[in-house]
Design a protein around this ligand. Sequence first.
Ligand code: GDP
Ligand code: IMO
Ligand code: MG
Length: 424
Amino acid sequence: MPVTVVVGSQWGDEGKAKIIDLLASDHDLVVRYQGGHNAGHTIVAGGEKYALQLVPSGVLYSHVTPVIANGVVVDPVTLLDEIDRLTARGVDCSRLRVSSQAHLILPWHFAHDRLAEGRRGDNKIGTTLKGIGPAYADKARRAGIRVGDMLDRARFREQLSALGDAENDLIVHLGGEPLDVAAIVEQYAGAIADRVTPYIANTVALLHDALADGSRILLEGAQATFLDIDHGTYPYVTSSSPTAGGACIGTGIGPRDLSRIVGITKAYTTRVGSGPFPTELTDALGDALVDIGREFGTVTGRRRRTGWLDLPMLRHAVRLNSLTEIALTKLDVLDTFERVRVCTEYRVQGRRTGEYPDRLDLLAAVEPVYVDLPGWQTSLEGIRRIEDLPVRARAMVDLVEQEVGIPVRYVGVGADRDAVVQRS
Ligand code: GDP
Ligand code: IMO
Ligand code: MG
């Protein structure tokens, strides 16, 4: 059973990278399947902190082949910068492979992201402004340029010029500053293409060869279930499919090859950007979660919105992704709380329901129904065995398992790579 998928079960930043880093030690390939450099994946290893945006989190292991698969949108400038920064810290990135079928994020995509957010005014999505939505929009309307297009330099120049001129007309029409298309062509079809070319590969073939060889493959989700373009809180979502189904489309690995699907769940909830958030805390407890959990975006530095754990959301994530298990992260952030609340149901127009609503207006109107747990008020730091968790912390883990019906296989008790309780 060779393929493991790691998926965020909330609105992102659940601590996916830390669990991927842990699982990568016994996988051979670690593969990003969607999103782009809107992701901020943090690994803390031996006191060193690595914040990755595009390069898969397995890169720190010399036995792992990191792969950026077809479903990702690639900003080559960020990619090269990340490779340079990792290389400067002694991380070997030479094994990295980037799909020829992945779409490129180009300078006009950044311009369109900014212009669109500006025009939305108070209704803005709060995107990361990394050009993600416009790049996926171009892919969907069949106007994108792909990484493999860099291999035919003359044609790549023509594609960039033609598209760049058309995009400039649109940007100016929308009130933006025109881009220097000639300079973009020189840069992208010159130094950038030179440096990206050695990494370009047929990753679908590479992954299937690896499967045939019995290699163990780990698929690294970015963003999360409720940022999914279909199943998330649309329009306050990203433009890709982070859910497990997206892992198949984004890699070319068929659904029957997926075995473990691990949902990463923070012991509370956070969200960056706009959109409904039923269990949000806007009081001192919310501030405490920000302070203790260091809830500031890795990519944009934005303060994350915080709230209690929401189990109707998590149960829905279990169904949407066929989750086989949960990693409950950042439980230690709740160490000092006198009372920990967990939302087990919603109240909608006086009626209690465990069902996650299909409409944004309904979600915005739900009232959470909470179970209150007494806080454990002791540090979880250093705990590595489930039986060593304080009874009150264990009660929270048990409640999650009972309510969602799948095992909690990992419990995060600190940021460091080793700070995790694992159960067989
Ligand atoms: P990702 O996007 O899902 O990979 O998560 P991020 O890296 O954006 O955010 C998670 C943050 O929490 C990072 O700073 C991690 O180092 C940190 N983290 C991960 N797991 C734990 C944990 O169990 N406890 C604590 N205290 N921090 C954690
Ligand atoms: P990781 O992988 C949290 C959010 C943005 C915004 C919305 C759309 O680190 O969990 P986009 O730039 O994708 O068009 O923005 O999605 N968002 C994330 N929030 N974690 C992320 O990634 C995110 N990637 C995008 O804040 O609300
Ligand atoms: Mg993140």
